[in-house]
Design a protein around this ligand. Sequence first.
Ligand code: BTN
Length: 253
Amino acid sequence: MMENPQEIIVNGNLLVHLDETDSTNRFIKELKTDKKYRMVVVASSFQTAGRGQGCNRWESEQGKNITFSILIHPDAILPHVQFVISMAISLAIKESLNGYFDDVSIKWPNDIYYKDKKICGILIENNLSGCVIKDSILGIGINVNQRKFVSDAPNPVSMFQILGKETDKEEVLNEVIRHFDYYLDKMNHGDFMEIRQQYLTSLYRKDGFFGYCDDNGFFEARIHTVEDDGHLILTDSDNKSRKYAFKEVRFIV
Ligand code: BTN
């Protein structure tokens, strides 16, 4: 595997660039880094076995997109509110992409959408020690300059397809780090209120009735809220409340 790590330190963060690895989440997990860094960021031009949620692979053409992982050691996040990390990184990416175009939203729990298409996926792996989160690895794939998608990934879209021109990948990566830095500060101060409010107002299909599917089949509902622990609360067309954990309900897009 041609890793060829190049390291730089910027604003107290360690940034590592690789030419190629299997998965940046796997790489960062095995990297022995000093806890003094606020964030460790590992970005790779190519992943040979990029991992998506569940058993999925993450499609990303060589050199075209940004695939990276961020390692943080949150100060005071208890396991029952670990979803705040997911909200914070989703917001940071949404705000970064809003620097390029509108119509970006967060599809619960943490897919980033442009209109009805997925532009970015996030894979979070938290490592608990006792009753706090010791390390959190945020794996992020943003579709930047890829022109065509060949896997069976549902409804992908790239910045190239939206803007009709190439975007500087490093600039996008730096923007995500800059925005995430802001939310990391909030998290470390236990200040979850703003993150939660911003997250709720950024949700995909936050207003109105849409189709969903759970184990019992299709139904129509609107989003009522997302609880602190990440459960999605829907209100269906019979005004009945329905509560879901990740993967228990599917949006019909
Ligand atoms: C999803 O299925 O939506 C999550 C995709 C996450 C992909 C990123 S790419 C960088 C990091 N390394 C991985 O192997 N996966 C994540």
